[in-house]
Design a protein around this ligand. Structure first.
Ligand code: UD1
Length: 502
């Protein structure tokens, strides 16, 4: 009998999430493809990723035997579902990233859209709960598998111990008891009024994505049909979707793995800081990008066995996409010369949601553009606030305000800029990788390693001119690449979720 696949439910919601889930999904696909080779030529796991949840006989061949009585040392295949919350929904804020990063269409799009933090968070929670409960409703029942499953309620320590221990690997991946779905009785009693037969599931004929309503029809039956639950909810980053989905899973006793855990700006006026604190305090496995994040978590009392430093997953996407980024024609399109322009992105509420600060930003960017060409792909929040405050650009020739750009163009600008000026977390990291000087227009950063090891510096608007003088007097490349920002983070994440995978 084959081992039961490890079931991962992966969530993405907003632009910076997409480059974090792409490497993970590709690593899962590689893991399954490798597994099919190990398991024998007859098995097939390649193809539409969701199809790996189909009949397990088509996922793995006969398990290998050893004398331990555990008939398989091959890690189980990994079945996953991808949920897009729809926090970002535009072609330019979402779809272009799915295309460029090769992310398969999400299995479900919650289509929550924009709203206040409370509205957006609540909408995500409401719509995500039934999807979570039925994520694997079409998977074969656990009795079809050898030694049952990875436990949804298993101690995380057995999972994060690392790939070096075979005993750990086996217990984590193949030989765990049925406790997976020995849910607390209080959890099992879902409201009976929502029990509907799974046969009411219908696909939305207009898209690849199964509509949310299809999942709502039979939501709480998951508690009875326990194999519909994932082993792990995997969330990334620090957006509202990350926190909202974590809350739902934690309350249902489903384990949460947080990718990019442990980052702290120590500034609770940032919505993302609240999201990070809540997510990390509930997550069972904290997958960190750097040692400063480990320290933050330890300081907050998180036990060591929950923390695993896996490196920076953004860099996996960067490394994979570098050839395409280098083929981008954005420099020609915008008439920019390498090493002779400033790449600006600004969208944080602290910078753009107040008239006074946005007015100063407009003025300072125009001053900057008089010295060096400036390119500003404008975030929808920034555009909206400019409109609401009645602010506009005065038409300085060197200032190129353009629509939001795709991932490859953005990497190309970051690699070739003389300076990046940003309030984005991702750009601080990408410029660190390229060693491009970066000024972060914020009083703090949750990514201090980009300052201590990399090319990043915190900046204020009033000092921009002086900072630019300073940077122009320095070499074009600064800093170094932090440890484990090497393009292999997704593999380490799979190893942490299921030792021997990757
Ligand atoms: C969100 C994240 C932030 C991340 C940023 C990247 C939170 C709290 N914030 O902020 O951490 O750095 O995404 O972009 O989760 N809009 C569109 N099209 C879209 C999405 C948004 O036009 O596809 C507009 C709407 O007018 C919306 C505004 O942009 O009100 C802001 O979007 P929202 O998702 O609320 O927050 P972001 O500022 O994008």
């Amino acid at each position: 009998m084959p081992p039961r696949p490890l079931r991962l439910l992966v969530v993405a919601g907003a632009r910076p999430n997409f480059m974090k889930v792409a490497p993970l999904i590709h690593a899962i696909q590689r893991h399954n493809a490798r597994q099919s080779v190990v398991s024998g030529p007859s098995s097939s796991v390649v193809g539409p990723p969701s199809s790996v949840v189909g009949p397990l006989s088509s996922v793995v061949g006969p398990p290998s035997s050893d004398n331990s009585g555990l008939s398989s040392v091959v890690p189980p295949p990994i079945a996953y579902r991808l949920v897009h919350t729809g926090q970002h929904y535009d072609e330019k804020m979402s779809e272009v990233f799915f295309r460029e990063l090769g992310i398969p269409a999400p299995d479900v799009n919650l289509e929550v859209g924009s709203g206040s933090h409370a509205v957006q968070t609540a909408n995500i929670m409401l719509k995500f709960e039934p999807v979570l409960l039925n994520a694997f409703q079409d998977a074969p029942s656990d009795s079809a598998f050898q030694n049952v499953s990875v436990s949804a309620f298993d101690s995380p320590s057995s999972v994060v111990s690392g790939p070096s221990s075979d005993a750990t690997s086996l217990s984590a991946c193949q030989n765990v008891s049925v406790s997976a779905f020995a849910s607390p009785s209080s959890v099992v009693s879902g409201p009976s009024s929502v029990l509907r037969p799974p046969s009411s599931v219908v696909s939305d004929p207009s898209s690849d994505t199964t509509s949310l309503s299809a999942f709502q029809h039979f939501s709480f039956s998951a508690f009875e049909k326990k194999s519909s639950l994932p082993d792990w909810l995997v969330v990334v980053g620090d957006v509202n979707s990350t926190m909202a989905c974590t809350l739902v899973a934690a309350k249902l006793g489903i384990k949460v793995a947080h990718v990019e855990a442990g980052l702290r700006s120590f500034d609770r006026t940032m919505p993302e800081e609240i999201n990070r604190l809540v997510t990390d305090s509930l997550a069972d496995l904290l997958l960190t990008p750097s040692s400063d994040a480990d320290e933050n978590l330890r300081r907050e009392g998180v036990p060591d066995h929950k923390i695993k430093c896996v490196g920076n997953i953004m860099i996996d996407s960067l490394v994979t996409n570098l050839p395409k980024a280098r083929a981008s024609t954005i420099l020609q399109q915008l008439d920019l010369q390498p090493q002779n322009f400033v790449y600006v992105t600004l969208h944080r509420p602290s910078n753009v949601d107040h008239r006074e600060s946005l007015e100063v930003i407009v003025k300072e960017l125009e001053n900057l553009a008089a010295r060096l060409p400036v390119v500003l792909p404008i975030h929808p929040r920034t555009r909206k606030m400019l409109h609401d405050f009645g602010l506009s650009w005065s038409g300085v020739p060197g200032l190129k305000v353009v629509e939001p750009i795709g991932y490859h163009d953005s990497l190309c600008l970051t690699e070739n800029a003389r300076l990046v000026l940003t309030d984005s977390g991702g750009l601080q990291e990408e410029s660190t990788y390229f060693r491009t000087p970066c000024l972060t227009l914020r009083p703090n950063t949750e990514r201090p390693i980009t300052v201590s090891a990399g090319s990043n510096r915190l900046a204020t608007l009033s000092r921009l001119g002086t900072d630019l003088d300073h940077i122009l007097s320095q070499p074009g490349r600064l800093g170094s690449i932090p440890p484990l920002w090497d393009g292999h983070t997704a593999r380490r994440i799979l190893e942490a979720l299921c030792p021997k995978a990757g």
